[in-house]
Design a binder for this molecule. Sequence first.
Ligand code: NDP
Length: 294
Amino acid sequence: MTDKYAVIGNPIAHSKSPQIHQMFAAQTVQDISYEAILAPLDSFAATVERLRAGGYKGCNVTVPFKFEALQSSTRVEPRAKIAKAVNTLKFANNEIIGDNTDGIGLTDDLQLNLKIDLKNKRVLLVGAGGAASGVFQSLVTLGAIVSIVNRNKEKAQLLATSRSFFTNLVDTPQLPFPTNNAKEHNSNRIDALGYADLVDQQFDIIINATSTGLSDEMPNIPKSIFEHALLAYDMMYGRDTPFMKFAREYGAAVVSDGLGMLVEQAAESFFLWRNVRPDTRAVLKKLRAESPIA
Ligand code: NDP
């Protein structure tokens, strides 16, 4: 019998997840269906219950329901607890298991597809919303030294201080903080900055986790920051954003959108549900051909 899965969001029409999971299923010969479901803004929990009652095995969750998905879970995996958000639900044995695959999706894209070794790299994470919160611990776990910058600096500080909770769950190395801005760091591996603090700072990797790409805006980061960057990465996908154009113009060695992250986080969800790892390279290659970036 075909096992049913879905992605729930609002809006959802733009989602590439059905296409990605159908490609994974064909490649690994798994008998599944996967559809996009638009949930009314006040009906996420009811939608999940409807899917469970209808025999679905799990679902992905996207904007704006990742926090509600955490609340709906009867069991939450550690990485979703740290992220305070859930993007994957698995329905099994009367449990709703909540997990978050965004972090591993990003780090797999950086390491496997873009061949970036994160160990001891200075990473600037721009933004402190749901996406940043989903990925920061994966970056730190792989040895990156992360600075979070956000328009609302308090949110960046909150994210950085959630490290104490993180340390209780995951054992990470404690090394001296090497950037020249030591004044506000509150752990050896993560600190929080405002945009004004970025003047004269340098980073190896700059990751745009803001939603500025959606409105064709650019976060207020100085152009000098790209001069020695190995990589400028925008989590947004499907368009050449102002951040990507700016990074290219001002010297970043490699510029990427977030399409690879999308495919890799989907692969991790697929693995959680099916215990089979799809070949993401073939899927990414096909999607990239449909959605080239400059
Ligand atoms: P949220 O709404 O949770 O957070 C938005 C963030 O953007 C906040 O930090 C906000 O800052 C910042 N921001 C918004 N406008 C501006 C601006 N004009 N200047 C500076 N900062 C701004 O969104 P998400 O974190 O969920 O998503 C962020 C992006 O990541 C989206 O583009 C989304 O598509 C992408 N994403 C991609 C994934 C992938 O698989 N490739 C997975 C998940 C997300 P403030 O707090 O100050 O308001």
